[in-house]
Design a protein around this ligand. Sequence first.
Ligand code: GAP
Length: 434
Amino acid sequence: MDKMDKVVSLCKRKGFIFQSSGIYGGINGCWDFGPLGVELKRNLKNDWWYTFVQLREDMVGLDASIITHPQVWVASGHVENFHDMLVDCKSCKKRFRADQVETERCPECGGEFTEPRAFNSMLRTRLGVSDDTAVETYLRPETCQSIFVDFKEVYSSVRVKLPFGIAQIGKSFRNEVNPRNFIFRSREFEQMEIEYFCREEEEERVFEQWQEAIWQWYVSIGLKAEHMRWYEHPKESLAHYSKRTVDVEYAFPFGWGELQGLANRGTFDLTQHSKHSGKDLRFFDPEKNERLIPTVIEPSAGVDRTLLALLCEAYDEEEVEGETRVVMRFSPRMAPIKAGVFPLVKKGGLAEVARELEGKLRRKFPTVYDDSGAIGRRYRRQDEIGTPYCVCVDFETLENGTVTIRDRDTMEQIRLPMDEVASYIGQRVSIERD
Ligand code: GAP
């Protein structure tokens, strides 16, 4: 099995990620996050929000609706431009992206292709119950448009001055032709987007600051710098709104793939929405007594792709005492479960003490209690899901109130008084930065 297959298999086996609608044969491009996946995802999103919204005075948040007025997507250029060129095989009827087929004929059956045709990637939906009043609209293909649409509401409700940014995390939908590489390219996924508004003369400096900030954040959540690189989009392949785009790419087992785009969207979106809505979306700068459409620098990250990078980065195997130890080396901040608590044996009152301790720790961070099977097996179970600390209650605990804490990576154990365990682990798993 190659590394990607191992990660996919662990995700299913341990409850990180399942295919959506599995009992009905699955549905292509949609995924369900199981008990551990949902914790990992929450840690990731919370850390992003903490870093880029809570810690910064120049950022505020937004949580806008997924379904919007259809005009939003006319103004944004998506109705006109957000499409892939597709070719169909005339024999087996399979559909391919024209830019991804390298052969003249169908790679599946050798059949002849149709001429390329444009296919819009937005998912359509109908809002309303009666046929004559229902409105046809779209599920958003990116979260950022509502930031532009709500720009005036946001800046006039909070006291902000340029430069400042609005952040949003939420679902986006794209009718991808070929969803693939597990959760890397899905039809339903989540984005973490920032629209950062500045004066045009500051655009290069602001762009560079964001390049630095997003790189550092990836390193801080556990991605190795040597597994990442920048890719600068050539001018001719820029999206319709962009003056410049660079991507952070990660070395996935299947090759380099985009984690996040950083784009200079200029004044494109606010100008478009002003024109189409007839509303003045200029920012009023009281210090300069000036109205202007600010320039937008956009860091746009995928939750699912970052999560996949964390899973690939964490997966490790090593030989320990003649056996293969599978260990997910998540940074403690990202790990879904922070501590496993075990009695050495169930008897002699150890189970009761361990249960009580686990109940106390659970109030501070996610924990599991486990008393089934040999202690070594229990450690291995936690290693496989990336739990950074395991606490063991043994006979010495009954004598002097101390327990052992085992570190997942070094497998070394220390002894601590029971009432110090919560703060020892709490400090190491907290997302707070000094
Ligand atoms: N607002 C700009 C924008 O949406 P994008 O490069 O199309 O730009 C930004 O998307 C990020 O969203 C990507 O870097 C990627 O992480 C994520 N993303 C885009 N399409 C995706 C898909 N089909 N599946 C999973 N993630 C996706």
